[in-house]
Design a protein around this ligand. Structure first.
Ligand SMILES: *Cc1c(COP(=O)(O)O)cnc(C)c1O
Length: 377
């Protein structure tokens, strides 16, 4: 992808000489998996989030799947989750024949609406899977309360919300296993990769065991106590992760700076709703993951995307509603209108270029391109 001003991509990882030299060091060492970098990355990650354990895995999706396994969810169970997400969250349930039961979202935070959880509980409900979308924590206080009251398990999809906080506590520290992801467009990257955080030694042990072919932890390589997976993270990815987590707070500040510029440029535009920085719950702190504006209903979004592309600016409808994905319509018979808030948000949101290396001039260029595209319609 070009990063010059003639085409502005949607996302771009921030990779410097520091990453290059540590990854090179690992490759030259010959220890390419299950080495010291993995241990160091897990240790630093657990310290950053503030949990006792962090288990590195090969992707966020793998981490979510392992949570389903570690919590013992199985065929015939139901789990309540959000339809406004990336498909990996609900797919993790389907892998184990657990039925995802969607409930609609809150239009302010785009996260699962806790008021709609209770009515969706059936005798088969075993778990709640909140997704902390767009860098904002779901209402975990309410969710944990319902789960305790109704004896449900909770695991959290924090793949878009590393560094976000709820009432002074970071995502990952709400008492449930939580999953983070390091694909190249996330707040930090390892290429492919993920992490599961927990304070529970038994959950941590199970996640590690399932990620490593079901091996027992007695050190015997060819003794398998469970049917596990190869969901391990390699040493090159862990090395990338170490460099990235050390500068994560700085990268989050840069992302907040870029978001601030977008908001300043676009707020007040009659056809554009900018992203919210503060919420009715003053205890929510966003970790900037995407910058997605909402376009007025009379705007033809696909046409805007085409016009932006012609002006050298990438953009994307983000995110599509999960229940309307062809595979879910087919599997579960979902239709339009079932989750109206999710559909309204989904049909109007447009992700704009957003990455650490964006300059003020690039943000301004994107904003003028967007304003011109709207004028041209
Ligand atoms: C990125 C993401 C994941 C998982 O990502 P991987 O590509 O498997 O690492 C899961 N859930 C959400 C909401 C995400 O944004």
């Amino acid at each position: 992808m070009k990063t010059t001003l003639d085409f502005i991509p949607l996302a771009k990882p921030h990779i410097t000489e520091d990453e290059v030299s540590l990854v090179t060091e690992v490759i030259q060492s010959g220890q390419l998996s299950l080495g010291k970098k993995l241990v160091d990355f897990e240790t630093e990650f657990a310290r950053y989030v503030g949990t006792r354990f962090a288990v590195a895995v090969s992707s966020g999706t793998a981490g979510l799947h392992l949570c389903v396994k570690a919590l013992g969810l199985r065929e015939g169970d139901e789990a309540i989750t959000s339809p406004f997400s990336f498909i990996a969250s609900s797919n993790s349930l389907i892998y184990e024949r657990v039925k995802p039961v969607f409930v609609d979202i809150d239009e302010e935070t785009f996260n699962i609406d806790p008021h709609l959880i209770e009515p969706a509980i059936t005798p088969k409900t075993r778990a709640i899977l909140p997704v902390h979308i767009f860098g904002v924590s779901a209402d975990i206080g309410a969710i944990n309360w319902i789960a305790k009251d109704r004896k449900l398990k909770v695991f959290e999809d924090g793949c878009e919300s590393l560094g976000a906080a709820y009432e002074g506590k970071k995502v990952g520290t709400f008492g449930n296993p939580a999953v983070f992801a390091f694909y190249a467009n996330k707040q930090m990257t390892t290429g492919e990769g993920g992490m599961v955080t927990t304070d529970d030694p038994e959950i941590a042990r199970k996640i590690r065991q399932f990620s490593n072919q079901g091996r027992s932890d007695n050190g015997q390589w060819l003794v398998h106590d469970e049917v596990g997976y190869n969901y391990r993270m390699d040493e090159m990815s862990a090395a990338l992760g170490i460099v990235q987590i050390r500068k994560l707070d700085w990268m989050l500040k840069e992302r907040a700076r870029i978001a601030g510029r977008y908001t300043q440029n676009l707020k007040g535009h009659p056809k554009i709703k900018v992203m919210q920085e503060t919420f009715q719950n003053p205890g929510l702190r966003r970790s900037w993951y995407v910058y997605a504006v909402r376009l007025a209903p009379d705007i033809d979004r696909n046409d805007i995307i085409r016009r932006l592309q012609e002006k050298g600016v990438a953009s994307k409808p983000y995110m599509p509603a999960l229940h309307l994905q062809p595979v879910y319509r087919k599997l579960f018979g979902f239709r339009e209108g079932m989750f109206p808030v999710c559909e309204r948000v989904s049909n109007s949101s447009l992700a704009l270029p957003f990455f650490v290396e964006m300059t003020e001039e690039m943000v301004d260029q994107v904003c003028s391109a967007l304003e011109d595209s709207i004028k041209g319609q």
